[in-house]
Ligand binder design. Structure first.
Ligand code: CTP
Ligand code: MG
Length: 239
C-alpha cells in the first residue's frame, strides 16, 4: 500500500535568529516549532511515516518531545534522524530514512511552524494528480528593484511572473531520491550556487515543478522580527 512520507527538516543552527539554540527548538506560545509541525502533520488523515531531521546531539530529546505531542491512536509513525551541514544534506538523510512504501513525499521546514493542514493536503493531492513536483507559492506584493554597487538602483524588475516559495514541497519519492543522489555525487557547489530548496534539486535533474497556492500561515521564522508576526498569526488562529 502506498503511504505519505514527510521529511521535517529541523537540523539548522538558526544563526540569523540568534536564539542561542537551534531554531526548531525555539518555543512559540509554549511549544517548540517541531511540536507545532508534528501536531499539524499527525492530524493529517490516512497516516504515514514522518522523519524528523535534527542536530545529532538533540535526537533523543526530540523523540521524547514528539512522543508527548502525538495523540494516542495516531496513524503516523515517527522516526528521528541526524542532519547534515547544509539543508540539502539534511533532506537527503531524511529521504534515506523514509520507508519505501512512501510514494508521495513532502519536505517541510520546521521553520514554518504554522503551515496549515490544508496546505499539506493541497500539495500532496497535486503531486498525486499530476506526478510532477509541487511547491506552494504566493504572489510577490512589494515593488522589486535590481540594486548594484553603492546601493544604486539599476532597474525595477517586473514582478508579474515572480512568486515567493514556501514549504511543504511535494514529490514522487523516487524522483526526489534520484535528484538528491545526483546532487550528492556532483562536484561540491560553491555556497552561492547550492540549491536553496528541493524543487531546485529536482529541476536540476530535469524534473517538472508546478505551483499551487501558498498560505500566509506558512510564514518562515528567519530573523527575530518574524517571531512577532508568528505569535500574532498563532493568536489569530487559535482565538
Ligand atoms: N536545515 C536543516 N539542516 C541544515 C540547515 C537547515 O535541517 N543543515 C533546516 C532548518 O532547520 C530549517 C530549514 O532547513 O527548518 C530552513 O533553513 P533555514 O531557515 O536557513 O534555517 P537555519 O539554517 O537553522 O537558519 P540560519 O540559516 O539562519 O542558520
Ligand atoms: Mg540556513
Amino acid at each position: 500500500m502506498s503511504t505519505l512520507g514527510i521529511v521535517l527538516v529541523a537540523a539548522g543552527r538558526g544563526e540569523r535568529l540568534g536564539a542561542g539554540k537551534p531554531k526548531a527548538f525555539v518555543e512559540l506560545q509554549g511549544s517548540t516549532l517541531i511540536e507545532h509541525c508534528v501536531s499539524t502533520i499527525t492530524a493529517l488523515p490516512h497516516g504515514g511515516h514522518l522523519v524528523i531531521v535534527v542536530p545529532e546531539a538533540l535526537a533523543a530529546e526530540t523523540l521524547s518531545l514528539v512522543s508527548a505531542t502525538v495523540e494516542p491512536g495516531s496513524l503516523w509513525e515517527i522516526s528521528v534522524t541526524p542532519g547534515g551541514r547544509e539543508r540539502h544534506e539534511s533532506v537527503r538523510f531524511g529521504i534515506d530514512a523514509l520507508h519505501d512504501t512512501a510514494n508521495v513525499v513532502l519536505v517541510h521546514d520546521a521553520a514554518r511552524p504554522l503551515a496549515p493542514r490544508t496546505l499539506f493536503e493541497r500539495v500532496a493531492a497535486e503531486v498525486a494528480r499530476t506526478g510532477d513536483s509541487v511547491i506552494p507559492a504566493l504572489p510577490v506584493a512589494d515593488t522589486l528593484k535590481r540594486v548594484g554597487e553603492g546601493g544604486i538602483v539599476h532597474e525595477t524588475v517586473d514582478r508579474s511572473p515572480l512568486v515567493a516559495v514556501q514549504t511543504p514541497q511535494g514529490f514522487l519519492r523516487e524522483q526526489l531520491a534520484a535528484a538528491h543522489d545526483r546532487l550528492g555525487s556532483a562536484a561540491p557547489d560553491s555556497s552561492e550556487n547550492g540549491p536553496t530548496d528541493d524543487a531546485e534539486v529536482v529541476q536540476r535533474a530535469g524534473g517538472t515543478v508546478r505551483v499551487v497556492a501558498g498560505d500566509m500561515l506558512a510564514h518562515k521564522l528567519t530573523v527575530p522580527g518574524d517571531l512577532m508576526l508568528l505569535e500574532a498569526l498563532l493568536t489569530t488562529e487559535t482565538g
